[in-house]
Design a protein around this ligand. Structure first.
Ligand code: PNS
Length: 161
């Protein structure tokens, strides 16, 4: 049976750290879907779900699928025959955040979560921190894919007008 993994997240927007995890997941699983998923704790984002999906599609290779989902993650994985969730882990802070979600998803549907340790190049990179840097005019080169960095800076420029 071919293996199918989903990389779920808010991805508002994707960083180069996310892209690295997607590529590494694609080497481990037959099929990988990046899933832009609603996080009820982050209701209003900088970008719409459609924009986030577009950024990812413009960045990843065509064999990686990109989709979005507004409901419970395990309802998507059960409906699409997904075997595994894949997430990046930067530090023990991420571990504390991810552990209950991984255990809850396993309790709800039996799905396991596999964690890939973030490449040390991207260990300090998060969408929220990089957005903060961009918001106040800092240099985000090497943090987001180039077209995404441009869009982030434009969005903050538009918001100031
Ligand atoms: O990138 P994030 O915001 O840390 O990702 C969190 C996300 C979106 C994966 C999580 O909030 C999620 O799975 N949301 C979908 C709703 C759901 O299934 N909630 C229960 C999670 S145990």
């Amino acid at each position: 049976m071919p293996t199918h993994a989903v990389c779920p997240g808010s991805f508002d927007p994707i960083t180069l750290g996310h892209v690295d995890v997607f590529k590494r997941a694609a080497e481990l699983f037959d099929k990988v879907t990046v899933l832009v998923t609603a996080n009820p704790d982050k209701p209003s984002g900088l970008f719409s779900v459609e924009e986030r999906v577009d950024f990812i599609r413009q960045t990843v290779s065509p064999e990686i699928e990109v989709d979005w989902w507004g409901g419970l993650l395990v309802d998507y994985t059960s409906a699409h025959g997904v075997d595994t969730l894949v997430k990046g882990l930067r530090s023990s802070l991420d571990y504390e955040y991810e552990l209950p979600m991984a255990q809850m998803n396993r309790r709800l549907s039996g799905i396991d979560t596999v964690f890939l340790l973030t490449d040390e190049k991207y260990g300090y990179i998060s969408s929220s921190l990089c957005k903060q840097v961009a918001k106040y005019g800092g240099d985000v080169t090497g943090m987001f894919p180039e077209h995404v960095a441009k869009a982030v800076m434009e969005r903050y420029r538009d918001q100031q007008q």
